[in-house]
Design a protein around this ligand. Structure first.
Ligand SMILES: C[S@@+](CC[C@H](N)C(=O)[O-])C[C@H]1O[C@@H](n2cnc3c(N)ncnc32)[C@H](O)[C@@H]1O
Length: 261
């Protein structure tokens, strides 16, 4: 891919998703765009750029972003967050709270929102009014989320007891049970374009391992929107490699990667 074509893709991807790609990501962009081009039978990058740039119904933009996004995730990733989460909802429940609203802001293939749901089921009475909104920009990954199917290797971080309680074994792997699935609502949402249509107030937002793809301008907008949507005393959890350093917001730090409104 020549520099000019890379620059064109780079600014289009930034405009449509807030994802910031530096010079070092050229090979990655080339490989991922190339995959999409092969599906379409296009072998010229500029031709594909013209197609996606003139996309009137936005469908090819969605496909391009599906191809570009990095979806690495796992069940109980950064496990201390789920210990913190369980302790907090237990504390709120003991104080009389009976409605819980959680947002998994970049849900990827569902491991994060389903881990949240399992943590709720393990902590609070099953009839509790607890809902998780799971959003992502990638439609492909959201449909994987909705299916709730995982190959055996994906379940490695889950102990035998939880596996039995929340998954059904099927031919190729495991299906998440309806009791978990029914707590999660999936929606496509672009985190780079607040304000978001949710009403709030939310109790806890998991916005983990996605801000690394954004520049400070996009992070600033997103963080301040998260602040608006949280209840006073609500929490924002970011990835362990992320922080709010350099972003002006009203959040107070509880410990690295955990912030309170
Ligand atoms: C590395 S995964 C993180 C998944 C999960 N939060 C975790 O920590 O395991 C990043 C996710 O962010 C999504 N993403 C990237 N840009 C986005 C945007 N502008 N709006 C919403 N989601 C986005 C990607 O599609 C991907 O699924």
């Amino acid at each position: 891919m020549n520099d000019k074509t890379f620059e064109s893709f780079r600014s289009l991807i930034y405009e449509k998703s807030g994802i910031s790609l530096n010079e070092g990501k050229k090979a990655l962009v080339q490989a991922r765009i190339g995959k999409r081009m092969r599906v379409l039978g296009i072998d010229d990058e500029d031709e594909y750029f013209t197609l996606v740039n003139n996309d009137s119904d936005g469908k090819e933009v969605v496909e391009m972003l599906d191809a570009i996004s990095t979806n690495t995730t796992s069940f109980f990733r950064e496990a201390e967050h789920f210990d913190f989460f369980k302790a907090k909802i237990r504390e709120w429940y003991e104080q009389g709270q009976r409605k819980f609203r959680i947002w998994s802001a970049a849900s990827s293939s569902g491991e994060e929102p389903y881990t949240i749901a399992i943590s709720i089921l393990e902590t609070l009475p099953s009839e509790i009014d607890a809902r998780i909104l799971a959003t992502d920009i990638s439609t492909k990954i959201l449909s994987a989320c909705k299916k709730g199917f995982y190959v055996k290797e994906k379940l490695k971080p889950i102990n035998m007891e939880l596996k039995k309680r929340y998954f059904d074994k099927c031919e190729q792997g495991y299906m998440i049970k309806d009791i978990v699935k029914s707590k999660v609502l999936f929606k496509r949402l672009n985190l780079s374009t607040p304000p978001f249509p949710m009403k709030g107030p939310l109790d806890i937002i998991f916005c983990r391992n996605v801000m690394i793809y954004f520049d400070n301008k996009v992070r600033h907008r997103l963080i301040n929107e998260a602040y608006r949507l949280l209840k006073p005393g609500g929490y924002l959890l970011v990835g362990h490699a992320e922080s709010l350093t350099g972003i002006s917001s009203k959040f107070k730090t509880i410990k690295p990667s955990i912030y309170i409104k």
